[in-house]
Design a protein around this ligand. Structure first.
Ligand code: AMP
Ligand code: ZN
Length: 485
């Protein structure tokens, strides 16, 4: 390009619009203030590794990955500690291992490895900590003992049960009232329970199932206590943010709070729940073609299959294209639109490939959206505006403006975790060398035909490109193409 580019200097960090997040417990959007800005802590309930994750399971890790990227940018990469557990003790794991005649560790290792590989394809950064239940059994037993000692749990027939009547704030997170719950209870009541809503902290294992020693007999922990014990062990209480899908509000997270608070004798504190987690965030549910995913309908889409069939970024973009608290319907139109959106952004990067991006912050409109309770659809609009700016500046030959718009686009994309591929490779997709040579020759012929106003020839070439299943995108500075996905 014959001239040296003057890179824009990165301006001093302007004061960011402070992050607000919707707190499920207080039922309002609140300014996020970490307990210690030098140690921001976040815990998200992770997968139970007995099978491949479905696409709904991928929504929390992707949403909270955006949050973590934003927090790291705001507080510093080394100031944020993100824990996402792996549930490797569970009835479904036992069933699968028994069916296959293998130890549970073989089942959990297989599906955890697949989960992590698929997360990698979605550009989900690994969490700082990935505690496994099997590594924390003694800590779980200690926490159960502390709850028993505090008078909030009782042992009965080899089980230990949390006594919900001992914790006056039980129901605060989910907005349920214990009396109403008892009145409306249709649960089958185990004879050893004092109250139908008392839940299991420890239970005996069946013959042949994995079990660990405890003061109440050999057995295994309940699901809820695993998370509260691992949170305390890995991050310490209170944590700043606890996240998960909306279905976890009750009973999982309600029970986590009760356990975490009561283990420290705070059952009767006024705002006892503050001792556990300061902000609660929950993502909405994903449906498939407007239906709940279910094995009986046969519409369960596995993440593992989706990331084989299309680029992980298309899946990620689709997952982020609705606000995280809203329901999201997964359908072909969503995927087509996501692919098209990414093609457009990659197209701008590709056409400006010769111009290095300036080192800049994201623009104010992007930050305003993303810091407003992770408004990803609003944030995406800012990316389109920047790609248009790149195209305009390319046409005008204003390379400084290209470098700046590109720098801002890259900064936004890094927070959303998209545009992480090479633009040329993205646009051409996985195509054979033979196809690449033919398409590029055709595009050259087409440019010549158009320049010569030979429209029949240009049409013939277009038809041939269609036959080759290639999409051509004309931009102000030339055409780019990709194989139809
Ligand atoms: P599970 O393995 O069932 O415990 O789920 C792992 C995570 O995925 C939890 O945070 C769930 O709340 C979440 N989740 C499960 N199904 C869906 C869905 N259809 N849409 C969104 N999130 C979901
Ligand atoms: Zn959990």
């Amino acid at each position: 390009m014959g001239r040296t580019l003057r890179l824009a200097r990165k301006p001093a960090k302007t004061s960011l619009m402070p992050l607000h997040i919707h707190d499920t417990l207080r039922r309002e959007k609140r300014l996020f203030e970490p307990r210690d800005p030098n140690r921001v802590t976040l815990y998200v309930c992770g997968p139970t590794v007995y099978d491949y994750a479905h696409i709904g399971n991928a929504r929390p890790p992707v949403v909270f990955d955006v949050l973590v990227r934003l927090l790291r940018r705001t507080y510093g990469a080394d100031k944020v500690i993100y824990a996402r557990n792996v549930t490797d003790v569970d009835d479904k794991i036992n069933q699968k291992a028994a069916k296959e005649g293998v130890p549970i560790g073989q089942v959990t290792a297989r599906y955890e490895a697949a989960y992590l590989a698929d997360m990698g394809l979605l550009n989900v950064s690994p969490p700082d900590l990935a505690p496994h239940v099997t590594d924390y059994i003694p800590a779980i037993v200690d926490q159960i003992q502390a709850i028993v000692d505090a008078g909030c749990a009782y042992a009965a027939e080899g089980h230990v049960l949390f006594d919900v009547s001992s914790y006056p704030s039980y129901g605060a997170l989910s907005g349920r009232n214990l009396d109403d719950m008892i009145a409306g209870a249709r649960v089958e009541v185990a004879p050893y329970k004092k109250n139908p809503h008392d839940f299991v902290l420890w239970k005996p294992s069946k013959d042949g199932e994995p079990s660990w020693p405890s003061p109440w007999g050999d057995g295994r922990p309940g699901w809820h206590i695993e998370c509260s014990a691992m949170i305390e062990q890995t991050l310490g209480l209170p944590i700043d943010i606890h996240g998960g899908g909306i279905d976890l509000v009750f009973p999982h997270h309600e029970n986590e709070i009760a356990q975490g608070v009561c283990a420290h004798g705070h059952a009767h504190g006024d705002r006892a729940h503050d001792e556990y987690a300061r902000y609660w965030m929950h993502n909405g549910f994903l449906t498939v073609d407007a239906e709940k995913m279910s094995k009986s309908i046969g519409n369960v889409l596995l993440l593992h299959d989706l990331v084989q069939a299309m680029p992980g970024e298309v899946v990620r973009w689709a997952l982020l294209s609705a606000h995280y608290r809203q329901p999201l319907d997964w359908n072909q139109a969503l995927l087509d639109q996501s692919r098209k959106s990414l093609d457009r952004l990659y197209g701008a990067l590709h056409r400006s490939a010769a111009v290095p991006a300036a080192d800049l912050d994201p623009p104010a409109d992007f930050l305003k959206s993303i810091e407003d309770d992770l408004n990803t659809p609003g944030a995406m609009a800012a990316l389109f505006a920047l790609s248009s700016e790149i195209e305009r500046a390319m046409t005008a030959g204003d390379l400084d403006a290209v470098a700046q718009a590109k720098g801002r686009l890259v900064a936004c994309a890094d927070i959303l975790g998209v545009l992480q591929s090479d633009p040329g490779a993205w646009l051409e997709g996985e195509v054979s060398d033979a196809l690449r040579v033919e398409v590029e020759a055709l595009l050259e012929q087409r440019a010549a035909a158009r320049a010569a106003k030979d429209w029949p020839e240009a049409d013939r070439i277009r038809d041939r490109l269609n036959e080759l299943n290639v999409v051509v995108m004309d931009g102000p500075t030339g055409a780019t193409w990709r194989a139809k996905g």
